[in-house]
Unconditional design. Sequence first.
Length: 159
Amino acid sequence: MKIMKSFLVLLVCSLYAVVPSIAQDRSDRDQWMNEIRQYRRVYFTKELGLSKEQQNKFFAIYDEMEEQISRIDEDTRVMERRIAEATDASDVEYEKATEAMYDAKVSQAELERNYMEKFKNVLDKKQLFELKSVERQFQRDMLKQHQRLRSRRAADNAQ
């Protein structure tokens, strides 16, 4: 889960660097994120074999978890940027910021573990077991798609 979230953040940042208009136009970014969310829903539904009833319950919980993980990521990035940009940061500030960055991973792992308990009420044992694998495969598929898009852009720019 954390890997997928990190990938999505990396993907968004890459797109911002490649396509500055997306960074300026919030609606494009929101649309793009909604498309990824929709694709993830279809992908997870298919790969986990979710029933209609399971879909509604599962994605309500999953989206809630993703939102909380995003908040942890964002808070950590804000603090990391603040320290990185500070010209007069002390050793203590660097140390505390470093600890916070590592603690964010622990917080995310604890959060995922707590949500696993909620998923137990929606998913059967096999689906729960397969969830992490499906998340990893989704991330790999997204990375392949991103690489294909970059290759096309590079080819288009070379012409």
